[in-house]
Design a binder for this molecule. Structure first.
Ligand code: FE
Length: 171
């Protein structure tokens, strides 16, 4: 019994330690809309407790728990202003209004990000589907998914949760 409970404690400790472990920052190249050029920046790593402190409950659920907001519920689906959509977690430029189109899906949709470098993709086999997940390249926040049924020029549809974005209108 003692051995089993000791093993249990070690396992629990391992899980807790794993949760607290934060990856080291890494230099990455991203596109800055304000600069009109690629810049170097560091990846952002925070504990889940830190993310909870700086994000709203909705943002936390989408970005850190890979949630999905209900269609037609987000504030940017029908936003037609000109400007840049940044990551709600870390402020990285992600999408431009120039690449936004009305997909009818109920989620803000874009044919492309401001630069391929600003997002990362990951295979997502949840919910009995094979999809490609989109994440912020700097903070790893979940943004949405990309599909190949978009309009020209790319034919891609980046289907993004409004709650993962912060819109900054052009001045
Ligand atoms: Fe981010």
């Amino acid at each position: 019994m003692k051995i089993i409970s000791a093993l249990g404690c070690m396992l629990l400790y391992g899980l807790v330690a794993g949760q607290l472990q934060i990856a080291a920052a890494e230099e990455i190249k991203v596109y800055s809309v304000a600069e009109g050029a690629f810049i170097m920046t560091e990846t952002i790593h925070k504990t889940e407790a830190e993310w909870r402190r700086i994000l709203t409950q909705e943002q936390y659920h989408i970005l850190r728990e890979k949630g999905t907001e209900p269609p037609f519920s987000g504030k940017y689906d029908q936003n037609h202003e000109q400007g840049v959509y940044r990551c709600a977690g870390c402020g990285l430029d992600l999408y431009s209004s120039k690449d936004k189109f009305n997909s009818g899906s109920g989620w803000p949709s874009f044919t492309a990000p401001v630069a391929a470098e600003n997002i990362t993709t990951k295979d997502d086999n949840s919910l009995f589907m094979t999809r490609t997940e989109l994440l912020c390249a700097r903070c790893g926040g979940h943004l949405g998914h990309v599909f190949d049924d978009g309009p020209p020029p790319t034919g891609m549809r980046h289907c993004i949760n409004s709650a993962a974005l912060v819109f900054v209108a052009d001045k």
